[in-house]
Design a protein around this ligand. Structure first.
Ligand code: ATP
Ligand code: MG
Length: 415
C-alpha cells in the first residue's frame, strides 16, 4: 500500500514556515506498514491543487491532504479534490445544521461563506472535527482512499489518529512497521558501518539505514510484521546482534538524545556536574539545561573565552597558559579542576579548542579540541581533531564532552 500526502497552503511554501503535518502523517502511516512515496506541498491555487490531486490519485492507494478546508476564498481543497476525482460537490444538510449549531453555541451567527464547509464530495463520508469548525472527509474513489483533513495540527492530529488510521490499517491488511533508532556518539559513520554491515546485510527484515551527523551516528532499524509485537521482535533480534558488536557504544535506543541520557545518569547516581567551556561557548550548558529536571545535578557552567577569564574565574595558572597555550591538554585539565573547585561539583568537564576559521597555528589546526573530565578518582583528558567548519566543530565538541561524562559514569573506556 503506497501513500501520498498533499499539504495545502501557500503559507507553507514560505521559507520561514515549517510544514509539519506531512511528517506527522508519515510517522503514523509507517507504524501500520504503509509507505509514503511522495509528499507534495501545494499553494492555494485551484489549478495546481487539482493537478496535484489528479497525480496523487493516479499513483497512490491512499492520498491524505491537509489544509485548505476553511471557509475563505483561498480554501480550495474540497473543490480541487472533487474536480480531480470527476465528482460533484454537494452541500450536506446534516453538516450544515451541525455547523450552524456550532456557531450558535459560541453565540455567533454563521456567515454565509462558512456554508461551504458543509460541502462533501459526491460519495464521501464526513469526518467530525472536535476541535474546529471544518470537518474532514474521506472518499473511496475507484479503490483508492482519499482523505481531506483540516490544516491546523491540533485539529488534524487527533482526527488522523482516531479516524484515518483505523480505516487505512484495514485497507493495508494490518501489516505493522516498527522503527528503532540506535544512537552512537563515539564513532563515525564509516567506522560503525564497517563493524555492523556484515551483520545487518544478512537481514532483509528489518531494513537498516545509517545516518551520520555532527558527533553522531544513527542506525535506523525498520522491521515489518503482522502486528507491532512481531515487527518489534524482528527489530530486537537485529538490535541485540548490533549491541554485541558495539559494546558500550550505543547510548540510546528510545529516541532520547545524549544530553537527556547523561542527565538521567547523573540524576540517578546523584552526581553533580559543572562545566568550563571555551570554544563551545555554553553549548553543553544549553543542552544540559534544556533537559527538564537538570537542576537536580547541574551546578553551573563558566564560559571562559579569554585567557584572563580562565585565570580569574577558574584559577588556571597563568604559567600553564603561557607554556602550553589555551588550547592544550594542560589548560583543559586546569580548567576542569578549577571549575570543580569553584562550584564544589562532583564532576567537571572542560572544553578548549579551535573552532575556526581563524586561530589555527602550525601545530594547532582548526578542529583541534581538548576535553578534560575531573572528579574524585577521575582524571580523563582527550585530544580530538574534528572535521568541518566552525558550527560542526563546536557541535562535535559538545557531543564529545557529553559522551565523556557518559562513558566515565558507566565505567567505560575513555573514548
Ligand atoms: P481553518 O478552518 O483553520 O482555515 P484549514 O483546513 O483551512 O482550516 P489552513 O487554513 O490551511 O487550514 O491552515 C490553518 C493553519 O494551520 C495554517 O496557518 C498553519 O499554521 C497550520 N497548518 C496548515 N497546514 C499545515 C502543515 N502542513 N504543517 C504545519 N502547519 C500547518
Ligand atoms: Mg484556512
Amino acid at each position: 500500500v503506497k501513500a501520498e500526502i498533499v499539504a495545502v497552503g501557500s503559507e507553507l511554501l514560505d521559507p520561514l514556515r515549517r510544514e509539519t503535518n506531512g511528517a506527522y502523517v508519515t510517522g503514523g502511516l509507517r507504524s501500520i506498514g504503509v509507505d509514503v512515496l511522495a509528499r507534495t506541498t501545494v499553494a492555494d491555487d485551484a489549478a495546481w491543487l487539482e493537478q496535484a490531486f489528479r497525480q496523487a490519485l493516479s499513483r497512490a492507494d491512499v492520498v491524505i491532504a491537509t489544509g485548505g478546508l476553511g471557509p475563505t476564498a483561498d480554501d480550495l481543497t474540497r473543490e480541487a479534490a472533487a474536480r480531480a476525482a470527476g465528482r460533484a460537490l454537494k452541500r450536506d444538510a446534516g453538516l450544515l445544521e451541525a455547523l450552524e449549531a456550532r456557531f450558535a453555541r459560541f453565540g455567533r451567527v454563521m456567515a454565509p461563506v462558512n456554508a461551504q464547509q458543509a460541502d462533501l464530495i459526491d460519495g464521501a463520508t464526513s469526518l467530525p472535527n472536535a476541535r474546529g469548525s471544518a470537518p474532514g472527509q474521506y472518499l473511496d474513489h475507484e479503490g483508492r482512499l482519499l482523505f481531506l483533513l483540516p490544516g491546523p495540527p491540533g485539529e488534524m492530529q487527533p482526527m488522523f489518529d482516531g479516524q484515518v488510521l483505523p480505516i487505512v490499517r484495514e485497507r493495508a491488511g494490518g501489516r505493522a512497521l516498527v522503527t528503532r533508532v540506535l544512537k552512537i556518539a563515539s564513532m563515525g559513520e564509516s567506522d560503525v558501518e564497517q563493524v555492523v554491515a556484515p551483520l545487518y546485510k544478512t537481514f532483509e527484515n528489518p531494513r537498516t539505514t545509517i545516518l551520520g551527523g555532527a558527533g553522531q551516528t544513527e542506525l535506523h532499524l525498520t522491521g515489518e510484521g503482522a502486528d507491532e509485537a512481531e515487527a518489534g521482535a524482528r527489530v530486537e533480534e537485529l538490535a541485540a546482534g548490533i549491541r554485541g558488536l558495539l559494546p558500550g557504544r550505543i547510548y540510546s535506543e528510545d529516541g532520547r538524545d545524549l544530553a537527556e541520557v547523561v542527565a538521567a545518569l547523573l540524576t540517578e547516581r546523584q552526581v553533580s556536574l559543572a562545566l568550563a567551556e571555551s570554544c563551545t561557548g555554553g553549548l553543553v550548558a544549553a543542552r544540559i539545561t534544556a533537559v527538564p529536571g537538570s537542576s537536580a545535578f547541574f551546578e553551573g557552567g563558566y564560559v571562559t573565552y579569554s585567557n584572563r577569564a580562565k585565570v580569574d574565574l577558574l584559577g588556571v595558572d597563568p604559567s600553564v597558559l603561557e607554556r602550553h597555550g589555551a588550547v592544550s591538554e594542560e589548560t583543559a585539565r586546569a580548567m576542569a579542576d578549577g571549575v570543580r573547585r569553584a562550584t564544589g561539583s562532583d564532576l567537571a568537564v572542560a572544553i578548549t579548542g579551535i573552532a575556526g576559521p581563524t586561530g589555527a597555528t602550525e601545530d594547532k589546526p582548526v578542529g583541534l579540541v581538548f576535553l578534560a573530565l575531573a572528579g574524585d578518582g577521575v582524571d580523563r583528558v582527550r585530544r580530538a581533531q574534528f572535521p568541518g567548519e566552525r558550527d560542526r566543530v563546536r557541535a562535535q565538541a559538545a557531543q564529545a564532552a557529553l559522551e565523556m561524562v557518559r562513558r566515565a559514569l558507566l565505567g567505560l573506556s575513555p573514548a
